[in-house]
Design a protein around this ligand. Sequence first.
Ligand code: MN
Length: 228
Amino acid sequence: MLATVIPAPETVLLDVEGAKERFPVRRVYCVGRNYADHALEMGGDPSREPPFFFQKNADNLYNGKTFPYPPLSSSVHHEVELVVALSAGGADIAVGDALSKVYGYAVGIDFTRRDLQDVAKKMSRPWEAAKAFEKSAPVSALVPASKIGHPQAGGVWLDVNGQRKQSGDLNQLIWKLPEIIAELSKLFVLAPGDVIMTGTPAGVGPVVKGDKVACGIEGVGKLSLTVA
Ligand code: MN
């Protein structure tokens, strides 16, 4: 290894179910408004206008049992999402070839400082302060596609303190997984280690300190955490 002038940043590693080896994260892409009912609740158009993307930081992802409530917000929302982890990449990936690039899947939460996002939207500013903050993307252990295949349907749910808040189905995705990967690869050169959060169904809402959040995706996994 070549010497570095400051300590090199650590690679972010995610757990893989049933494996000692972990998954190294390169980039994190997120899809906006990918369920019609959530597009409607956010005041958007649920039609198939081209998907849009934003990013979180690789080190926003973690496997953990607590979510630290972030500073400078009084409205932090939960967004439960199917998480896709890539084992291969490329540019201009064909829809028919896209799923061959997938290593596996997890359930995750795209925590969002909604108040900061609302200001950003009004002022046509970028979303990073709302989306890419510390620990903003807790995820379950990845499950390899070699074990579960590529989920196309199945319940997506999130409870806060035992009360159902979000409920949807993967079959309601406006842009399906192969289309998301193909579209992303027109904009960016994808690579092994890239992670995609695929959007959230309706029912997003605030969490407060002390809340117990549980969520899951049928056939993929579950995630439980406490807001600290
Ligand atoms: Mn989201």
